[in-house]
Design a protein around this ligand. Sequence first.
Ligand code: GDP
Ligand code: MG
Length: 455
Amino acid sequence: MTAAHRDTIFALSSGRGRAGVAVIRLSGAGAGAVVDALAAPRPAARRVSLRTIVRPGSGEPLDRGLVLWLPGPESFTGEDMAEFHVHGGPAVISGVLGAIGEVGGMRPAEAGEFTRRAFENGRLDLTEVEGIADMIDAETEAQRRQALRQMEGALGTLYDRWRADLVAMMAELEAVIDFPDEGDVPAELAAGIGRRAADLADEMRAHMDDGRRGERLRDGIQVVIAGRPNVGKSSLLNQLARRDAAIVAERAGTTRDVIEVHLDLAGYPVILVDTAGLREETGDEIEREGMARTRNRLDTADLVVWVTSAPDMEEGSDGALSDAPVDSETLWVVNKSDLAEDLSALLKSCPGMTRAIPISALTGAGLDGLIAELARRAQALAGEGEHVVMTRARHRAALGECLEHLDRVVSGTISEPELVAEDLRRAAHALGRIVGRVDVEDLLDAIFREFCIGK
Ligand SMILES: Nc1nc2c(ncn2[C@@H]2O[C@H](COP(=O)(O)OP(=O)(O)O)[C@@H](O)[C@H]2O)c(=O)[nH]1
Ligand SMILES: [Mg+2]
């Protein structure tokens, strides 16, 4: 799927603003001519050289910097490439970009265009492209590790292997279909294909049954704080947000009832969600709407932190509601421990609460223990195991489609080898869409839109 690009593209690939060094990249057939025009003599391939960088027309010096000449096809994009590492000041950057523009046939790159060329020139598959996007977006250590594995091809390699299996089965069947005179499909062949399809389907099911770990790690683990009104949910969120737990971002929801805070807990990205309090009855329209939203968030939560308070418990309520969506995975927190007369007696008096974590959002007591438990749960929900996991809904959808066809092969009747071959072909096609080996034009714009300019 090599595409011939006439344009040579260029862009500032490092961040904008004042910096020690700025990196300007070029890709395309004209990259070498730009190096010759701005930084002659052209450096040896893939060697860093210090050069005076000049305006091509006048020869006026712009800066001194490092220049790399990276001839294709062994470059990132597969095309001729060059890099200028110059001083990261706005005038230097605009001067060098302007000088490159003076050389004919150049144009500024679009977002993700370098990576898109790498994909179109067969240097990367789509899962590797997504790995690069995730690498740039990674905010925590675990996200970075996952992105690196995918960028290095772990996911693509697995899907390519499965696809090769399917293609091999297809080839064996086609041989029989092409020579129908030789009688029925040999029983041995039929059984063999059925068995291999079943094994592959098992392996895919195990892969899909991953508890959405990869997707959770990529998107952030949704931890929803819920409970009755006034138990201290918002105070708890504020306390956690102020702690060392490295806040990544804080954003208020569009409505005043849902607040999210992004935390980095031991390398795992946690999105902490505060909600409107739940109670049995209310006539208030606005409060009912708030509670409906809370229940929505609870439905999609990866982890529920159910907060109750010591005074509520002393009143005889264990803090839960009859219809509260709490289960054995719920993390119970007893807040306002500072108000309890005898905390351990209180906890013991409620049999279901022995594993609850007592805290005080007012004094900060117990918060370190709660943070440690949240980090442990986050790792359990999104931690990396020994198996490579999918990271996007797109992967899951395509694998689901692949399995549908494969299941038909397993249960299908081999007396109609054409139908079986067609199902194998469709199963392989679904896998091909994940790695981008088959028609994926419709997908590309969506995937490359995520990128920044210069990548
Ligand atoms: N004594 C004490 N008061 C608290 C504690 N946490 C929260 N509060 C108070 O309880 C009230 C309700 O707190 P808030 O966070 O708004 O509860 P929410 O309705 O569950 O979000 C406020 O007056 C807080 O100051 C605590 O640990 N100890
Ligand atoms: Mg509140």
